[in-house]
Design a protein around this ligand. Structure first.
Ligand SMILES: CC(=O)SCCNC(=O)CCNC(=O)[C@H](O)C(C)(C)COP(=O)(O)OP(=O)(O)OC[C@H]1O[C@@H](n2cnc3c(N)ncnc32)[C@H](O)[C@@H]1OP(=O)(O)O
Ligand SMILES: O=C([O-])CC(=O)C(=O)O
Length: 372
């Protein structure tokens, strides 16, 4: 290895490009989307408005939102060929495999797949944002042996999705908590899945290929898959009284504790307070505080022992469980939201492109002759 080469293992600390989509400031635990604080967006704006903001740079006017909403609602239905593909994917696979396969399939039947203009990419982005909830809900129901429920054009994004899953629109508390999770998950600068999408885009590949790659990256438990792992851990712990012993055994074994730590935030994740409040609201509404108690005990014990704070996946795991979702679909819920951020970055990358191709420092055998 050359003495002059600096290695940024995991690209940690390396600044790869500029972005105008979002800004993470770890020193102040702050996150803004296009200049707006994420907690203010979560408190006062719908996911549709936030997706519009991420894609267009500004919040929509009433007229722009009406048009956007109309187009989102018109694109929710899954056509027959896509329904047939979904039916052929084994129910035994992880639901993230369904997401990856379906996005790839949707690309193959889109005549605009390889049209590289901003306008065409924003159209594709809106179509994906609109149809992914229909796929997630249909997959959720088929695994429970239930018929799918089609989209309801009179309902907003969150209400419609919850209705497609559960056959009714739940109480406002649940709808609001779910909607807030969608806003909080929507975007987070150059995280691993967004970066994967940008790498694919940088080769002048298409938007569906980039989103398919991003889904693959999000599936892993060090990234989006952590929200599922958190709930499995909480179920294993079972009772807040066991949380400290469980944690001690985990840390003594040098295992990572899911839902804690972050590559960028070292003093807490800016999105956690808003999602924690949503978890409290859902727990009180459902009348089940067991997971909240485990949350509190585990977070305190982890802080005392390591100083490492929860990330967004820590409150969303139990919140989604209390909303009635199956654990294996927690990361697909993350996809439904993050597709907005991924596609904002895809458009940004394509507009100001440079092939993403870092160097490596070779440390294999020195050159040698091939044996005869
Ligand atoms: C929405 C999201 O994607 S948020 C992230 C979701 N992922 C998780 O929750 C998985 C658990 N967390 C982790 O594995 C890590 O915190 C990551 C991968 C998210 C970030 O990791 P990095 O920035 O690479 O930090 P790194 O792994 O070097 O951690 C620094 C130190 O803290 C420790 N640490 C960090 N997170 C954890 C954790 N969750 N549990 C136990 N120890 C941890 C590391 O073991 C390391 O200790 P060491 O210096 O003694 O070796
Ligand atoms: O930024 C990261 O590395 C992971 C994360 O929190 C996210 O993608 O939301």
């Amino acid at each position: 290895m050359s003495q002059t080469q600096t290695i940024y293992k995991g690209l940690a600390g390396g600044v790869v490009d500029t972005t105008a989509v979002s800004k993470v400031v770890p020193e102040t635990n702050s996150l803004t989307y296009r200049g707006y604080a994420v907690q203010d967006l979560a408190a006062g704006k719908s996911f549709e408005e936030v997706a519009y903001l991420l894609w267009h740079g500004e919040l929509p006017t009433d007229a722009q939102l009406a048009l956007f909403t109309q187009r989102e609602r018109a694109n929710r239905r899954l056509n027959r060929s896509a329904q047939a593909v979904l039916a052929r994917i084994p129910e035994t696979c992880h639901p993230m495999d369904v997401m990856r396969t379906m996005v790839s399939y949707l690309g193959s039947e889109d005549p605009e797949e390889d049209v590289p203009t901003v306008e065409a990419d924003l159209d594709k982005s809106l179509r994906l944002l609109a149809v992914l909830p229909t796929i997630v809900a249909a997959d959720f129901r088929r695994r429970r042996g239930l018929e799918p429920i089609g989209p309801h054009h009179g309902l907003g994004y969150a209400e419609n999705f919850l209705n497609m899953c559960f056959g009714e629109v739940p109480d406002r508390v649940i709808v609001d908590a779910f909607s807030q999770s969608m806003v909080l998950y929507a975007e987070h600068s150059f995280n691993a899945s967004t970066f994967a999408a940008r790498v694919v885009t940088s080769t002048q590949s298409d938007l569906y290929s980039a989103v398919t790659a991003a889904i693959g990256a999000l599936k892993g438990s060090l990234h989006g898959g952590a929200n599922e792992a958190v709930m499995h851990d909480m179920i294993e712990i079972g009772d807040a009284a066991r949380a400290r012993d469980w944690l001690t055994a985990k840390l003594d074994a040098k295992d990572k504790v899911m839902g804690f730590g972050h590559r960028v935030y070292k003093n807490g994740d800016s999105r956690v307070p808003a999602m924690y409040d949503a978890l409290v609201a859902v727990s009180e509404h459902v009348g089940e505080t067991r997971w909240l108690d485990i949350y509190t005990e585990l977070a305190a014990a982890m802080d005392e022992r390591t100083g490492i704070k929860p990330n967004l996946d820590f409150p969303t795991g139990p919140a989604y469980h209390l909303m009635g979702f199956d654990i294996a679909m927690f990361t697909p819920l993350f996809v439904m939201s993050r597709v907005s951020g991924w596609t904002a970055h895809i458009v940004e990358q394509a507009r100001s492109n440079a092939l993403i191709r870092p160097l490596s420092a070779y440390d294999g055998p020195i050159q040698r002759p091939v044996p005869a």
